[in-house]
Write a protein that binds this ligand. Sequence first.
Ligand code: PGA
Length: 238
Amino acid sequence: MKIFIAPEAELASMVADRYEALLKAKPDAILGGATGSTPLGLYAELVRRNKAGKISFKDVKTFNLDEYVGLDGSHDQSYRYFMNKNLFEQIDIDIANTHVPSGIVTENCADYDKEIEAAGGIDLQLLGIGVDGHIGFNEPGTPLDSLTHVVELEESTRVANSRFFKSIDEVPTHAVTMGIKTVMNARAIILMAIGKSKAEIIAKTLQGPICTEVPASILQLHPFVEFYLDPEAAALLK
Ligand code: PGA
């Protein structure tokens, strides 16, 4: 486990360096994508480097962590829409190689794991973290051996995400998410956290006991995980 602490602007560039190195070594890498505010700086930096000809996503495949149940890709709060707008439409990726779980057809969502496996498994999974310790939408209590599944969102998650909707009533109550096992199957993992609202959960994740009440704490057991934190998110680490 490695921990890097740097100001937010530098974090994006440090993580982009990791992507650049991976794509140089393996141009057809399988990338695990995340949504939320945290990766926006990184995505902007990847777009910049792609436009500058430093990295190419021509042969890359992506699998995103999660999607709201009930929203299709044309909804401006769906995660498919977020990824298209903030990354895919701005880089040289083949959109057919990008995958986001369906929020509409959720019956066979565990097939998503089979698709990931068939593609060769995820080389690098990007994660944010919820204030309750969720990774993807794996809320507290999620079994550690879970594969892609439908979850009911915690109230704290719906409140946190209501900033993107007109009101909390519009925030979906359920989501499809890669399971904790799906995430842990990735060969390498990068978790980014920014801001003081994440300080308490980052301390529990990195220095507390491994428990299902803090889903991200399982990452302590991953053989290749890196945490990129700004000073505020790292403030309560001992
Ligand atoms: P955020 O969300 O990046 O918008 O803070 C992270 C998450 O909930 O996983």
